[in-house]
Design a protein around this ligand. Sequence first.
Ligand SMILES: NC(=O)c1ccc[n+]([C@@H]2O[C@H](COP(=O)([O-])OP(=O)(O)OC[C@H]3O[C@@H](n4cnc5c(N)ncnc54)[C@H](OP(=O)(O)O)[C@@H]3O)[C@@H](O)[C@H]2O)c1
Length: 303
Amino acid sequence: MNFGVLGYGKIVREQIAPAFAQTAHQIVSVGSRSGQRPAGYSGVVHDSYADCINDPQVEAIYIATPNHLHVPLSIQALKAGKPVLCEKPAALSADEFAQLETAQAETGVAYQEAFMVEHHPQWVDLNTEALGANRLLHTSFTYGPRKSTDVRSQAELGGGVWYDIGCYGLWACYRFGARHLRRVSGTFRTQAGVCVHAQVTLEFDELDAQIEVGSLHWRQQSLTLVTKQERVDVPWPFNPEGPVIQQITDQDGSRQAEFEGNQYANMLNDFAQHCDSGQFLYHDRSAHIAAWSDQILSEVGKN
Ligand SMILES: NC(=O)c1ccc[n+]([C@@H]2O[C@H](COP(=O)([O-])OP(=O)(O)OC[C@H]3O[C@@H](n4cnc5c(N)ncnc54)[C@H](OP(=O)(O)O)[C@@H]3O)[C@@H](O)[C@H]2O)c1
């Protein structure tokens, strides 16, 4: 498929463009505010996002702009009849998410939130049914301070570490079976108007979760799931580079499982395969995550 890309920044340079090279699909058109040609890219460049969306050779749109443009640009592309793969978070609030749902339903054009993590082999075959009940989930994801010019540092662009990576902890809750959020508590620390550290405790009917995200510490991430029968440790659960080793410990001892694969390329292939469906792909997951994030923001934090 021929893709148009809106916002050719860090994620496109470092992950998406290389991932395209591992698929049968290609970027044929780029929308950029400046109209500058990205290094290493030789296709068409438009100096407006609308022109890229309406470019006749473009069959689908991938959105990688700052977060505040995700919903407006998604709606613009859906109304132009172009299927959308949009970076996370799909929306900044439940209200915005509802606008997206309405536009998708009215147009009947496919939409998918780009949760690449879903497509990593370490999660694809995970059988949550086989895991014990009474689940306790802990996720941590931190990276170092960002410059004030970074999109993550600017509140008006939907910046802040919660919008940036809090969604991964919520994704893990969903993946391990959470559906009904009963109670939320926690703390959000802000600097210059954006969240730089958040710790939230979530009580679901199905599991208890603690999610920590921050932009003040060493770049690391981890996930631990404890049930009545076992403990699963995942040292690099969200955007691993290279092989991932999961460790499972139960009454028989400890064993390791190794996984490898390009989750970005897998996501592009999955989206392209379902583009003609006219569906809001993975709607239940995205809707739950948007609603939980909204509830957490309104009860314990901002951004
Ligand atoms: N899935 C993942 O692994 C992953 C990782 C990192 C980021 N992301 C997501 O990808 C999106 C982009 O993140 P990024 O790290 O690639 O950001 P980035 O490097 O700052 O790139 C964002 C692009 O958006 C465009 N843009 C439009 N309005 C802008 C504004 N007011 N300020 C700055 N740039 C603006 C710019 O392109 P033009 O000026 O050319 O229009 C810029 O190149 C975010 O939504 C983020 O959550 C996902």
